[in-house]
Write a protein that binds this ligand. Sequence first.
Ligand code: NDP
Length: 236
Amino acid sequence: MKVLVTGASRGIGYCIAESFARRGDEVFATYRTTDTTLPLLRDKLAEDGFALRPVYCDVSNEKSVLALFEEIGDVDILVNNAGIAQFALLSDISGSDWDNMLNTNLKSAFLCSKIFSRGMIRKNFGRIINISSVWGIVGASCETHYSASKAGLCGFTRALAKELGPSGVTVNCIAPGVIETEMNAHLSDEDMAALCDETPLGRIGKPEDVAHAALFFAEADFITGETLSVGGGFGM
Ligand code: NDP
């Protein structure tokens, strides 16, 4: 199948892209600023007989998403993973911080789903997988804009699942807990230990844990509109 993973230059998206490629899919993996990692992954996968193509896209920008579609055409599976985080009190969040957060984390899913669902509807088959966050379900202090964007993704998923279900397209959401990536690199060892203590399964998640759930939704024929927490019980 043809798979598009946004924000695949590192962390969770990188791992999801590699997992689909190793399943035998033709993967298009987007980067925005980090342009060095995906060519290396492409070459490593090619040696093993698998296909991945790095492609540029700023998912918060409509023109860039349209250019991506022009470049790669229809896909069977879309993983809306690209995202940013910011830790700030509500009083310190500017209007442009808010817009940047919502555009990158939520509007991006609207833009990509709108353009790439057309081909899925025509083929009467497709999978859209949105990467939300446990904070989108329970909310996080000092991350109101992040939590709002991620809660929006859960609502978007439920609504779009109803709209696209009759066209054979499933739409599901993954809500990771704390996952070891650069997004959490600013946290101290003490912070990480405290988060680990708050996690019933007693460890920080790995990108592979989220990739596993993405593969599950890609293969599931009769599940749509769901949000699956992948956080070892964190935030329950
Ligand atoms: P990272 O910060 O490690 O990676 C983020 C990725 O998103 C990068 O590939 C980056 O590309 C890309 N990106 C950011 N802004 C844009 C943009 N405007 N257009 C295109 N790509 C963009 O994050 P994670 O891997 O940790 O997170 C991946 C997803 O999982 C995010 O949506 C995040 O909110 C979510 N998540 C993560 C959790 C965690 O604990 N790590 C927990 C819950 C959810 P580049 O570097 O090329 O600019």
